[in-house]
Write a protein that binds this ligand. Structure first.
Ligand code: ADP
Ligand code: ASP
Ligand code: MG
Length: 815
């Protein structure tokens, strides 16, 4: 027989006028003979099944559902067939639709839907679509696959009888027309001729059976994606097309839920060594995916080729001390399951042999438990085997790649990734063929698991971090600006994609898993954001359950700081500009750090001290490389320094304070700066990072403004602070005469912490400290005679935002 091809077009490819015209173009451009297999119009199979259920319940609204189905077909004909040919085609289609209508009427009257009736109803989907499309493609000859795809019944399922099917196909297609049009999915019983089908998604299988029987040169599966991808693109936006796969790899991926090919499809063509090409009807120029016997050629050297998943998973465990060392328990388990038509897709048994766990579909769980409880009734009565344990609502994930064989570390990396995402593995299995590692997790973690694994195994163009920002005031606002500005560059140069999935302030929240539009998100927050509270905010974030998540706190709220522990415990990294948590009770600080460490995520707060200056990071680097910090001296209040530098003959203390507030150096309430509270918090954080377990109450404090000025309301403060103007000016003059300046210094010296005003002479490094700048001198074992000095802007929204940004990037780098 001459060379021929089989092309299969799925429901999505024949869903609309435009799509059908694409199919026509593709098929008519082929020179050699082709068999074109088509599915029902997109969504029709589901509609037929749903309408059957409605009719069987006696609910007359099935009529409306049926009208939709009828209309869709008739309208399509009017749109794709030239007017002069429409009459005949409409007539024939209407006849088929009337038959269908009669069957539905019967179902609704008798309120009974047998398997046979359901199979008959669902067959109309492909019968109608193939008839219509055969009239669209020039010269196409329509066939009826019920006449040559024959099934027999096994364990309540229809399976293909290859002996008769292959023979009938060869007879039917001899001679082969230029274009044969064949409905996919449907078949008939070899035993009694009843209409049957090959299972959901079965058109792929029809095409494969034809290709194998007729020795096609290739089987082309035309669908709605550019090829077989590293994961389902509907779940993972960064999934990309795999250019080549081996049959085995494709089979493993399909078996574990990659819907792009119906699993039984691979075997017939694999057996005949006929390659499969996955192509996109909507993008015919894309090369697609080539599936063949070759393990690994060309560029596809990736060890892991793809990830797929089955969300409908239940685990059944047969357990009991009486199982250990007894031969035949597994045989009985699997025989009992097979006799009842229950298919098992994963098995795991510990070497102690005291339990066997296997995965099946949720809907088969109760039956499985019942038959196994019966099978082992005797052993259960004697206490050797326990009652079956059934766990539902799980999901199975498989990572697949032919090159995993003999490559150590894959399982380690996989489970490490899951651990970091906070997902625990309930069962796992790796066959000795080493092309597939499968594991079972709770269904609610499926999306997160797929994303985390995809992110860690695939060289996608970028790594993704999902950011949630609370506080969109000056710092948060600048941060969003900076992210917006840098986003493209980070993606291109660093391979990091920052996806802002949510923003919130104290009473509004806006969430979008795919990422917010940074141009408009702050306006959107107030226009369409949901009302929220701290606890709702926490629930929303946890519910989002998103991978590589980072919570960014640009508030000064203690309620928000109170969320960190829960967030970290859910494997969400925290970047805080808010100082409250790191300066709270030592136990809390230590707990947060420990939680982050244990979970392999980050709790970062570089901007808590010195805004954007790299102080905490530098100290950590010194300590981690074996140095010891024994003395810290620092000017850490940009506000106080600004005030000291600004007071002059013309500018009194009170006005300098006002200027610091206006310039946004000061905290919104300047008393937090003036009372030293802010500096105390910073010193506590520094001391802790240097290894001292101090509390705020351990800090010796010398105030520059008497405590009674902080006691009343903020109005009282502004009303009375002018009283100190003269005294401050006097002090300044005195010091200036001695060539000295006043600095508010925080120090840690041999475990003793103190803050207060210090007069420094002109040779002291703190003397020349302009504006709101900060400075820190770090004396260590290595930096002894000449301490390390870090100096620069220590306040301001822009540099703080930049520091937060740097923390975020450092999280991206560890992933
Ligand atoms: P058709 O109607 O053409 O048979 P299907 O809906 O059955 O199409 O299969 C195509 C769909 O399979 C895609 O739209 C995609 O969402 C899904 N899919 C799941 N896993 C993968 C994967 N690994 N690669 C590509 N597509 C996948
Ligand atoms: N129309 C059938 C289904 O939706 C077969 C197929 O599309 O492959 O399952
Ligand atoms: Mg399909």
């Amino acid at each position: 027989m001459m060379q021929m091809k089989v092309l299969k077009f799925g429901g999505t490819s024949v869903g609309s006028v435009e799509n059908i015209l694409n199919v026509k173009r593709i098929v008519e451009a082929i020179d050699e003979p082709v068999i074109v297999v088509v599915s029902a119009l997109g969504g029709i199979t589901d509609q037929l099944l749903n309408t059957s259920t409605i009719a069987a319940s006696g609910d007359m609204s099935y009529r409306t559902a049926l009208d939709d189905i009828m209309e869709r077909h008739l309208n399509l004909i009017k749109d794709v067939i030239p007017v002069r040919e429409q009459h005949k085609i409409l007539q024939h289609t209407t006849t088929m639709l009337e038959e269908l209508e009669n069957i539905f009427r019967g179902v609704s009257l008798i309120k009974d839907l047998s398997q046979k009736t359901s199979d008959t109803i669902v067959s109309y989907g492909e019968r109608l679509s193939s008839y219509i499309i055969s009239n669209v493609i020039k010269g196409a000859k329509l066939y009826d696959s019920r006449l040559f795809i024959k099934t027999i019944s096994q364990y309540n399922k229809h399976i293909v009888d290859f002996e008769s099917t292959n023979r009938l196909i060869m007879e039917t297609f001899d001679p082969l027309p230029k274009v044969a049009l064949v409905p996919g999915f449907i078949s008939s019983s070899k035993e009694n001729g009843d209409v049957t089908n090959l299972g959901r998604g079965g058109s792929d299988y029809t095409a494969s059976i034809l290709a194998a029987a007729l020795n096609a040169s290739i089987l082309e599966i035309w669908t709605d994606v550019d090829g077989f991808m590293t994961a389902d693109p509907k779940v993972i936006s960064s999934a990309y097309v795999i250019d080549r796969l081996s049959f085995i790899e494709a089979m493993e991926l399909c078996n574990f839920g990659a819907k792009v090919i119906y699993p039984p499809t691979i075997y017939p063509v694999y057996h005949k060594n006929i390659p499969i090409q996955i192509r996109n009807t909507f993008n015919p120029d894309a090369p697609g995916t080539y599936i063949s016997k070759e393990q690994n050629t060309g560029e596809s050297k990736a060890i892991i080729k793809g990830i797929s998943s089955i969300d409908n998973t239940c685990l059944v465990t047969v357990q009991g001390l009486g199982m250990v060392g007894v031969i035949g328990v597994n045989k009985r388990i699997f025989r009992a399951l097979a006799d009842n038509g229950i298919s098992v897709f994963m098995v795991s048994q510990a070497s102690s042999e005291n339990n066997t766990t296997f995965a099946i579909k949720n809907e088969e769980a109760d039956l499985a438990a019942r038959v196994l409880n019966e099978e082992f009734a005797l052993e259960r009565a004697q206490g050797e085997i326990n009652d079956m344990v059934v766990k539902k609502d799980l999901a199975t994930v498989a990572i697949v790649g032919g090159l995993m064989k003999n490559t150590p570390g894959i399982a380690g990396k996989l489970f490490d990734t899951l651990g970091r995402a906070g997902i625990s593995v309930i069962a796992c299995a790796q066959g000795a063929s080493e092309t597939n590692i499968s594991f079972v997790i709770k269904k609610k973690y499926l999306r997160k698991a797929l994303n985390s694994i995809h992110d860690s195994f695939f060289l996608s163009e970028y790594k993704m971090l999902n950011l949630f920002l609370v506080g969109v005031g000056t710092v948060g606002g600048h941060l969003l600006e900076q992210i917006k500005h840098q986003q493209q560059k980070l993606m291109k140069q660093n391979g990091v994609k920052l996806n802002v999935v949510g923003i919130a302030d104290i009473n509004k929240i806006l969430i979008r898993r795919e990422g917010l539009d940074l141009e408009t998100c702050i306006d959107d927050l107030y226009a369409i954001g949901m009302d929220t509270s701290t606890s709702l905010l926490k629930d929303e974030i946890l519910q989002m359950n998103i991978f590589n998540a980072v919570f960014i706190d640009c508030t000064a709220s203690d309620e928000i700081a109170g969320l960190y522990e829960t967030l970290l415990n859910n494997n969400i990294s925290v970047v805080a500009a808010n100082k409250i948590a790191a300066s709270s009770a030592y136990n809390n600080y230590a707990l947060l750090k420990e939680t982050a460490r244990k979970r392999g995520i980050k709790f970062l707060f570089e901007t808590n001290v010195g805004a954007g200056l790299p102080i905490i990071n530098t100290m950590n680097d010194l300590i981690n490389s074996g140095d010891h910090i024994f003395k810290l001296e620092a000017v850490l209040s940009g506000t106080l320094n600004f005030i000291f530098n600004t007071i002059s003959e013309d500018i009194p203390l009170s006005q300098a304070i006002q200027m610091a507030v206006d310039a946004k150096y000061a905290e919104p309430d300047p008393r937090i700066d003036l009372s030293g509270t802010d500096v105390i918090r910073k010193l506590v954080i520094l001391a802790r990072e240097a290894g001292c377990a101090v509390e705020q109450s351990d800090i010796k404090t010398n105030l520059i403004i008497p405590a009674n000025y902080f006691e009343g309301s903020i109005e009282d403060f502004w009303n009375h602070i002018t009283e100190l103007d003269a005294e401050f000016e006097e002090k300044r003059k005195q010091l200036a005469a001695q060539d000295k300046r006043l600095r508010f210094v925080a120090s840690l010296n041999n475990g003793v912490c103190q803050v207060g005003p210090v007069e420094v002479g002109s040779r002291h490094p703190f003397y020349e400290l302009e504006g709101s700048n900060n400075i820190i001198m770090i004396s260590t074992e290595w930096y002894h005679d000449y301490p390390m000095i870090i100096k620069g802007y220590g306040a301001g929204a822009e540099v703080t935002a930049a520091g937060v940004f740097a923390d975020i990037i450092s999280i991206a780098n560890i992933r």
